[in-house]
Ligand binder design. Structure first.
Ligand code: NDP
Length: 255
């Protein structure tokens, strides 16, 4: 029998950027723990395929196609989900992009895109969802950070800056909303094999670096993030607030 502390039955979880990769794996884990899952991404066809993948594992999910950087779309879709499906009890702010270039050559439009997608979106979606959480005096928000919130690496300075800022935003959200019965925590993955990291996975030199640099000696598999997400979304973490949980095979332990 599952420990009831981790039971998410009767809860609804919106996971942003969940049409593939880490977001889809987190949605699957929350769904397996009993939550009703709402998938998000910009492309309806990819979302439909993600929903089918979950259905094949017996997990029911609905879809909400919207761009998390578009404030009007965010507000309209959050209102629609809550009206048509029910309250959002769990929000996972997972959407993120990486654009790689040395900082002196970094395009200003790309800078704005990465800040909008990785950071401003968390403010927009959380602000829309938290209104209902405050009214119900209950809610769980999980922000997806990165080991790159802690350590800079070549050609990803803007990405690291957004993740470092997200770490402080997580603490600020916790401090503002804890009194309303809301917990806001960060989940920081190490290096996982997804579309975002595909160029790195394909580079044998980088994979050799991973096997030396990560104490576990390997890339993470997205399913390995599910337990931490369920913990941070469940009653088991009701007094854990403003914390960042690293799931990185020991990488930050040896920075
Ligand atoms: P992927 O590129 O595989 O997936 C990104 C998801 O976000 C897709 O579903 C994509 O769908 C969606 N998305 C992108 N832009 C938007 C937008 N503007 N509005 C709505 N949805 C959007 O990335 P990962 O799964 O690898 O990464 C997920 C998160 O994990 C990110 O925050 C990333 O920074 C973080 N992370 C990843 C690590 C890794 O090793 N992979 C390590 C550390 C952190 P679509 O494009 O169809 O809209």
């Amino acid at each position: 029998m599952t420990n009831p502390l981790f039971d998410l039955s009767g809860r609804r979880a919106l996971v942003t950027g969940s049409s593939r990769g880490i977001g889809l794996a987190l949605a699957a884990a929350l769904g397996q723990a009993g939550a009703a899952v709402v998938l998000n991404g910009r492309d309806s066809a990819t979302l439909a395929s993600a929903r089918e993948q979950l259905a094949a594992h017996g997990i029911a999910a609905s879809r909400a196609a919207f761009d998390v950087t578009d404030e009007a779309a965010v507000n309209a879709e959050v209102a629609r989900i809550e009206r048509d499906e029910g309250p959002i009890d769990i929000l996972v702010n997972n959407t993120g992009i990486q654009i790689r270039a040395p900082l002196d050559q970094f395009d200003t439009a790309d800078w704005r895109r990465i800040v909008d997608t990785n950071l401003t979106s968390v403010f927009l979606v959380s602000k829309a969802v938290v209104q209902g959480m405050i009214a119900r005096r209950r809610g769980k928000i999980v922000n997806i950070l990165s080991v790159n919130a802690e350590a800079a690496r070549a050609s990803i300075a803007p990405y690291s800056a957004t993740k470092g800022a997200l770490r402080m935003l997580t603490k600020g959200m916790c401090v503002d909303w804890a009194r309303h019965g809301i917990q806001v925590n960060g989940l920081a993955p190490g290096y996982f094999d997804t579309e975002l990291t595909r160029p790195l996975v394909a580079d044998p030199e980088f994979s050799a670096w991973i096997s030396k640099r990560v104490p576990a000696g390997r890339w993470g598999q997205v399913e390995e993030l599910g337990g931490a997400a369920v913990f941070l979304a469940s009653r088991a973490s009701d007094f854990v607030n403003g914390h960042v949980l690293f799931v990185d095979g020991g990488m930050t332990a040896s920075l």
